[in-house]
Ligand binder design. Structure first.
Ligand SMILES: Cc1ncc(COP(=O)(O)O)c(C=O)c1O
Length: 358
């Protein structure tokens, strides 16, 4: 078989009708002369709140800001301790440190690579003030159980949904279980802007008000500071216009990601030493991740055959290196191409190359 060249992601594979719509919408914004806090971000907030089963959406500048401002909005400040995982990129701990708070790392489930609920419960017995629950790779954590343990201790929490737009736990959208759901719209996310953008969703009026102040210097009204820790984290009108156009396609794209994931699962199950992390029902397959003790060999083998694989994430967050499952995951995970425009024949080709080596 001829070698195929398959990138890890390809944002240039854009449907012509969508490209035309993005051009039309962004050009409308340019002509409107209204670039910040205009009709696009207002409409996006209304529509994304509804999409997320939430009353409020506060548009922001990035997913990391969503985590930081989300934590501030639930009352976290300098010196507080916040539970998080160490295998989900440094975003959570970056947000925690930005506040002057401290991350408390807990280990993950080896089967799902999401937070271990047992580890969460034992960490909650200590001195902690909040938790970030990350739905890694698009697969939701058991949010009913998390809610039960968090409520029993009276500890507030936020959900990191940066990889899980549209994912559900037992039919309810992620982001709507915790006090705040935090989203990134980084271009490669399931819902991605043409630049940086993020948002928080919430059902709590008071929290939404705090977030709206925090994203604009802490102002309640112009120049009048009502919240400490504010900054400029506004989403611009161009990004909101792009996201509005793409939101209509999100469910279709998520289904396509799930189809790709199903092909991988069918063709890669039961290969020697290859583990396929479990995806909960309601997952939106942001990434298709496998784990193998000889990850580097596998990655190079694919690269030689034209396939670019990536690693999410290669190193545990500083301070979480001694957690055994976190350490193992970081040493073994490999993400295979999984984006909506990927064709079936490409997925089959990738599987064939994997089967040749494993
Ligand atoms: C799990 C997770 N959390 C948070 C973020 C941070 O989002 P952003 O890059 O928009 O700051 C990302 C993505 O980059 C992510 O994957």
């Amino acid at each position: 078989m001829d070698t195929m060249l398959i990138p890890f992601n390809d944002l240039q594979r854009i449907e012509p009708s969508l490209e035309a719509e993005l051009t039309r919408r962004t050009s409308e914004v340019i002509h409107s002369g209204h670039y910040i806090f205009g009709p696009q971000s207002k409409t996006f907030e209304t529509r994304f709140a509804k999409y997320s089963d939430c009353a409020q959406c506060v548009s922001l500048n990035s997913g990391t800001d969503a985590l930081e401002l989300g934590l501030r909005a639930i009352g976290i400040g300098p010196g507080d301790k916040v539970i998080t995982v160490g295998n989900a990129g440094p975003y959570g701990s970056c947000a925690i440190h930005q506040i002057g708070a401290q991350p408390v790392f807990v280990d993950i489930e080896p089967t799902t690579l999401n937070i271990s609920l047992e580890a969460l419960e034992s960490a909650l017995a200590g001195d902690v003030q909040a938790a970030i629950i990350t739905h890694l790779y698009g697969s939701p954590v058991d949010l009913e159980q998390v809610r039960r343990v968090m409520e029993s201790r009276g500890i507030p929490w936020v959900e990191d949904c940066a990889q899980a737009h549209g994912a559900r736990w037992r039919g309810q959208k992620v982001g709507s279980f915790a006090t705040v759901g935090c989203f990134s719209f980084y271009p490669t996310k399931n819902l991605g802007a043409c630049g940086d953008a993020g948002a928080c969703v919430t059902n709590c009026e008071k929290t939404a008000k705090r977030l709206r102040a925090l994203r604009q210097y802490g102002w309640g009204k112009k120049y009048h500071i009502i919240e400490k820790g504010g900054r400029n984290s506004r989403m611009d009108e161009i990004q909101a216009a792009v996201l509005l156009a793409k939101l209509d396609h999100l469910d279709t794209w998520n289904l396509r990601r799930q189809e790709i994931s199903a092909i991988y699962r069918e063709r890669l199950s039961e290969l020697h030493q290859l583990r396929l992390p479990q995806q909960a029902e309601g997952s939106v397959s942001h990434l298709f991740v496998v784990a193998h003790p000889k990850r580097e060999e596998l990655r190079l083998h694919l690269a030689e055959r034209g396939v670019t694989a990536a690693i999410h994430y290669p190193v545990p967050d500083p301070g979480s290196e001694s957690l055994p499952q976190t350490k193992r995951a970081c040493a073994q995970v490999l993400s295979l191409p999984c984006f909506p425009a990927l064709e079936d024949r490409e997925v089959v080709y990738i599987c064939d190359q994997m089967r040749e080596l494993v």
